[in-house]
Design a protein. Structure first.
Length: 276
């Protein structure tokens, strides 16, 4: 809660400072564009009292010189994402179970907690596979997550790694059971956080075969059956239907069926000629 307040205060200060700077620049432009303006003789400028000069706030530097706070450019680029969520993403505090916060249809859902009796503490619930019931519940907000990181880092290599992981995840979804794929994804996602905090985004583009072996490979989807439904065997003693309709006049029957009335069984007429 305190970090959210600090971020909000910082953004408020930045907005106010930006407005003041814009006002000063507009005033200066008016003066410069006014020809032959009568101005009093310039007097020596008095020293500004301490604290009166405008000093734009400088956000705390983050990784590779990037700010760890949600900048105004990020806020304007992603206006539907909460400031605290953007800050968590670019500071790599955002976890796999937080992806619902980037889902426009489900972002207000609270993280589920469970009580651990052995530690007497509340912990994040491991019901994530139930909460993210379909691949789309992860893939859609994951793209927003990667978009924010890509815009923040402005690094083509990092963006390529994000794309490769998405393609890898889609391929796993097509071949393996979703619950197993989600377990792999959640662990893989959280392991990348420490690496990104150290400036390494490349691991998103490399698969973890140990994790795949532990969580995924034993849960391949059952192959769809290719066997077609067999038709019931034809009864060779069944009377020729076309004969009974008056449309099969060749004898013997080209279809090997007896020419007999389907009603009375007599061979001298078809059903269309049967008389009660």
């Amino acid at each position: 809660m305190s970090s959210d307040t600090a971020i909000t205060d910082e953004l408020t200060t930045l907005r106010e400072s930006h407005a003041e700077l814009r006002s000063m620049m507009q005033d200066l432009l008016v003066r410069l564009n006014t020809p032959n303006a009568a101005t009093p003789a310039s007097a020596p400028l008095a020293a500004a009292p301490p604290g009166s000069a405008f000093v734009p706030p400088i956000p705390g530097p983050g990784l590779n010189g990037a700010s760890s706070a949600a900048s105004l450019s990020l806020r304007s680029r992603f206006p539907d994402v909460d400031t605290a969520v953007i800050a968590a993403i670019i500071s790599h505090e955002f976890r796999a179970t937080d992806l619902h916060k980037l889902d426009p249809s489900n972002r207000d859902r609270e993280t589920a907690y469970t009580f651990n009796g052995s530690t007497n503490q509340f912990e994040v619930s491991h019901r994530s596979a139930k909460e993210y019931k379909t691949p789309f519940a992860v893939l859609i907000p994951l793209q927003t997550y990667f978009d924010i990181l890509a815009y923040h880092t402005n690094d083509a290599a990092a963006t390529s790694s994000f794309f490769r992981y998405t393609a890898h995840l889609v391929k796993l979804v097509a071949e393996y059971e979703w619950a197993a794929v989600y377990d792999y994804h959640a662990i893989f996602f959280n392991r990348r956080r420490a690496e990104m905090a150290a400036g390494d985004y490349s691991q998103w583009g490399r698969w973890d075969n140990d994790l795949l072996s532990e969580h995924v490979y034993a849960h391949r989807k059952a192959a769809p059956s290719k066997a077609k439904a067999s038709k019931p065997a034809a009864n060779p003693n069944e009377a020729c239907r076309k004969f009974n309709d008056g449309r099969c006049t060749t004898s013997p029957c080209p279809w090997g069926r007896p020419h007999a009335c389907a009603t009375c069984g007599k061979p001298d007429h078809g059903k269309h000629q049967h008389k009660d």
